[in-house]
Write a protein that binds this ligand. Structure first.
Ligand SMILES: [Zn+2]
Length: 486
C-alpha cells in the first residue's frame, strides 16, 4: 500500500523539520552536549511536527555517530529506525483503548534495559487522553525515571494535564507553521513526486491548510490524484477552494462602502464554482486575524510579519466593537448558507448590513446619510398601549434577531433608520415597498416579538423618506428581487 505523503515525507532530521526553529535548536544543543532530559511535553496544534520531532529525538539520542545533534541516517541504530525494527521506540496512542492498557504494561516493564539501543524512548500521542490512574502511574515513573528511559508526551490540549506531570517535563510549545514555510515544503514534495505545482496553487493550499503541514500535504496529494499539473484555477474547481485574495478584496470593498461591488463579487465567486460556505469560513478566519492583531495577540495565531502588514490596513479602520460585530454576523451567515434557498443571499445580506454599519460610520461626512432630517410623506400609527422603553440604539439588535428567522424582512429593517421622535420609535423607510413590508401584520408581529425578547415594548410608526437611501440600498433591491416577497 502506498504511504500517505505526510508519512512518506516525514522529516528524518531536525534540519528537515519545517519551522519550529526554537525547538530544533534547543534539542540539537541538548543532544550535542549530552544533556537531554528524561521527560518532554510537546504541545501544539495538529500537523505542526510534534510526532516527527519526537521520532527524530529518539533517533538522535540513539545514533552511534550523531553529528551536531542530528541522527546520521547510516549507522545500525538509524537503519533499525528506518526499517521499523527499533524495538526501543515505543509509540502509544492514548486516544485508543489499547493506549491506556499499554501505559500500564510499559510502566511494569520500564525497569528492563533497552533491547538494542542505548535509550528506550516512549512517545505517547494525544497524552491528555490518559485516564487518571494512568497519569498517576506515569507520575511515579516520571519522579524517578530509569536512566535508560526517555518519555515524550505529545498533545494538542496541554491544559488537560495535571500540573504535577507538567512540572516534571521539559515543555516545548509547537506553533502553527507560517505560510511561506509550507509553500516551500509543498514545492519540494511536488518536485519529488514530479508534479507541476505553480506558486499561486501552492499558496492557495498553504492558506487552506490553516498552518498544518499534515493538512497541506493531504490536500496536495488529493489534488495530484486528479492531474499531475496543478494550477490555482483547477484547485478552485476541484476542491472548492477559496481564493484568499478574494476574501481580502471583499473586506476592502465593505470598508470602502462598495456594497454593490461586493455583492456582485460574491455572485461571481459563486458562478465560478467556489463553495460559499468556505468563503464565509475564510472570511471568519480573516476577521479573527484582524482581531488578534488588534489585541496584539498575533503570535497566538502564528501570523507572520508579512500578514500583519496586510492586516494593518483593516485593523486601523475597525474598532473592537465593529470587529466583534463582523465576527458574530459572519458566524451566523456561515450557518445560514447551509440552509439558504438562494446560496448567495446570506452573504449579500451580510455585506449590505456590514457596509451600513461600518463603512457608513467612517464616510458619514462625505455622504450625509446617517439619520437625515426627516420630512414625513406619510405616517401610519401602529401604536400599542404599553409605555415607551425602547431607544433607537436597540434597533441593530432587533434587526439581528429578526434575521435568524426572517432574513428578507431583516434586510428591509437593516435599511430602515430608527429614530426616537417624542415617545415613538419612528422607522424611516427609503421606499413605500419597505414601508408596506414592515407594516404587514405578520411582520409587525415578528418585530414586536424581537422587541419583547429584548424586554422592550414601544409605540412604532413607519414613514417613507426617499432621502434616507443608503449606499447599499441598490444592492438590497437586487437581493429582494432575487428572493421575491417577504
Ligand atoms: Zn546514526
Amino acid at each position: 500500500m502506498q504511504l500517505a505523503w505526510y508519512r512518506k515525507y516525514r522529516p528524518q532530521t531536525f534540519t528537515e523539520v519545517v519551522g519550529q526553529e526554537h525547538i530544533k535548536t534547543t534539542l540539537r544543543n541538548q543532544i550535542k552536549a549530552g544533556s537531554f532530559g528524561h521527560a518532554y511535553l510537546f504541545s501544539g496544534p495538529k500537523g505542526t511536527g510534534k510526532t516527527s520531532m519526537a521520532r527524530i529525538l529518539a533517533r538522535s539520542v540513539n545514533c552511534l555517530v550523531s553529528v551536531g545533534g542530528e541522527p546520521c541516517g547510516k549507522c545500525a541504530m538509524c537503519q533499525a529506525f528506518d526499517n521499523g525494527q527499533m524495538l526501543d521506540l515505543i509509540e502509544i496512542d492514548a486516544a485508543s483503548n489499547t493506549g491506556v492498557e499499554n501505559i500500564r504494561d510499559l510502566i511494569d516493564k520500564i525497569a528492563l534495559a533497552p533491547s538494542l539501543a542505548k535509550f528506550k524512548v516512549y512517545v505517547i500521542d494525544e497524552a491528555h487522553q490518559l485516564s487518571k490512574s494512568a497519569f498517576n502511574a506515569l507520575l511515579k515513573t516520571l519522579e524517578e525515571p530509569p536512566a535508560h528511559a526517555i518519555f515524550i508526551l505529545a498533545t494538542t490540549e496541554p491544559h488537560k494535564f495535571p500540573a504535577t506531570i507538567i512540572s516534571r517535563c521539559q515543555r516545548f510549545d509547537f506553533r502553527h507553521l507560517n505560510m511561506a514555510d509550507i509553500v516551500v515544503w509543498l514545492k519540494t514534495v511536488a518536485n519529488k513526486e514530479t508534479i507541476q505545482l505553480d506558486e499561486a496553487a501552492a499558496e492557495l493550499i498553504a492558506g487552506e491548510s490553516g498552518g498544518s503541514m499534515r493538512d497541506a500535504l493531504s490536500l496536495l496529494e488529493q489534488a495530484s490524484s486528479m492531474s499531475p499539473n496543478i494550477t490555482k484555477d483547477q484547485l478552485v474547481s476541484w476542491l472548492g477552494f477559496v481564493d484568499w485574495n478574494s476574501v481580502y478584496q471583499l473586506m476592502e470593498m465593505v470598508l470602502a462602502g462598495k456594497s454593490q461591488e461586493a455583492v456582485s463579487r460574491v455572485n461571481q465567486i459563486y458562478q465560478d464554482g467556489y463553495d460559499l460556505n468556505r468563503l464565509a469560513v475564510a472570511w471568519i478566519a480573516l476577521v479573527r486575524q484582524i482581531l488578534a492583531v488588534k489585541l496584539g495577540n498575533q503570535s497566538m495565531l502564528g501570523i507572520s510579519a508579512d500578514q500583519i502588514q496586510q492586516l494593518d490596513k483593516f485593523t486601523d479602520r475597525l474598532s473592537l466593537d465593529q470587529i466583534a460585530w463582523l465576527m458574530e454576523e459572519l458566524m451566523l451567515t456561515a450557518k445560514e448558507i447551509k440552509t439558504a434557498v438562494v446560496m448567495q443571499l446570506p452573504l449579500e445580506l451580510f455585506i449590505v448590513q456590514a457596509v451600513r454599519r461600518i463603512a457608513s460610520a467612517t464616510v458619514k461626512d462625505q455622504n450625509n446619510d446617517i439619520l437625515p432630517p426627516v420630512e414625513p410623506t406619510s405616517v401610519s400609527d401602529n401604536s400599542t398601549k404599553t409605555p415607551i422603553e425602547t431607544t433607537a440604539e436597540d434597533w441593530p439588535e432587533v434587526v439581528r434577531m429578526v434575521r435568524q428567522t426572517h432574513p428578507t424582512l431583516s434586510a428591509v429593517l437593516g435599511r430602515t433608520q430608527a429614530v426616537m421622535v417624542g415617545n415613538k420609535l419612528r422607522l424611516v423607510c427609503s421606499s413605500s415597498f419597505h414601508k408596506d413590508t414592515i407594516e404587514q401584520a405578520a411582520n409587525q408581529q415578528v418585530i414586536r416579538g424581537a422587541l419583547e425578547r429584548l424586554g422592550k415594548t414601544c409605540t412604532m410608526e413607519c414613514i417613507v423618506d426617499a432621502k434616507s437611501a443608503n449606499p447599499g440600498s441598490v444592492a438590497v433591491e437586487e437581493v429582494l428581487q432575487v428572493f421575491g416577497q417577504v
